[in-house]
Design a protein around this ligand. Sequence first.
Ligand SMILES: Cc1cc2nc3c(=O)[nH]c(=O)nc-3n(C[C@H](O)[C@H](O)[C@H](O)COP(=O)(O)O)c2cc1C
Length: 300
Amino acid sequence: MDLSIKIKNKTLPNPVGVASGTFGYGEEYAPLTDLSKLGAIYTKAVTVEPRPGNPLPRLVETPAGMINSIGLANVGTKGFLEEKIPFLKTLSCPVILNVAGSLEEDYAEVIRRVDFQDAIWGYEVNISCPNVKHGGLAFGTDPVQVERLTSTLRKLTDKPLIMKLTPNVTDITAIARAAEAGGADAVACINTVMGMVVDIHKRKPAIPAGTGGLSGPAIKPVGIAAVYRVSKAVNIPVIGLGGIMNADDAVEYLLAGASALQIGTANFIDPDTSGKVLAGIKKYMREAGFTKISDFHGYF
Ligand SMILES: Cc1cc2nc3c(=O)[nH]c(=O)nc-3n(C[C@H](O)[C@H](O)[C@H](O)COP(=O)(O)O)c2cc1C
């Protein structure tokens, strides 16, 4: 059974990775799950300079998921290279750096500073964070800017470049086509959906930022619809995520057109979800007579 996925000139060993921001830089999860079995670790976003993030609390539960407004808290490129890379270097699974910024130049500068590092397999560019003022969402909603940013970053690296799209737009296929036109090697769908919870006793939003990003089971149908539509609009691999809690959810994404997957919020409930999802995909493939992930594509 061949579970590998080719992106640009490189291969992911299997389709099940862990989503940015839900797995840190892997270290805390090492005692809780077998990192060598992961298809990829998509790191927490890295910006040029360290960021403290938004005021607490930054997370609130909802009936079918959670809302976060972390505000891209991270160690910055220097901190990443000094503190995080030594551990990431020891891993056998691909490490994909999630890149964030405010201006086009910020994204470019992150890649310039870290691209020499062999432990970085590729980049996932977060043009879709709803939680920071000027946090890239302006890029993610405008096809012209997405194409320009993608082609700027394309010139800076030979590593796989994955653009991560926001569902908070009218037509996600236009954004995906713009990423492809700019030279992206894959797109990831979806980032969180804008949401809000109100504390009726305090009579104000439950998190200081007001609105935040909704993730978890509530957004699975939104993610699947995005993957379905985007996979028909572009000729590059589509990485699906949003509310994948078990293998059945993952198979839904694959049948709808995803080539690879990421597990996000589910890691907070069971850090070993990705291992279980991979085992479940294999079982499904055996039963369905599928021998490779590409057997799923164009299924309907
Ligand atoms: C606490 C938290 C932090 C996140 N941080 C990032 C981030 O830094 N960069 C990014 O591209 N996405 C980030 N995301 C979005 C996730 O990677 C993912 O797109 C989203 O949660 C949907 O998947 P899920 O429903 O499986 O969690 C974050 C999500 C959560 C819950």
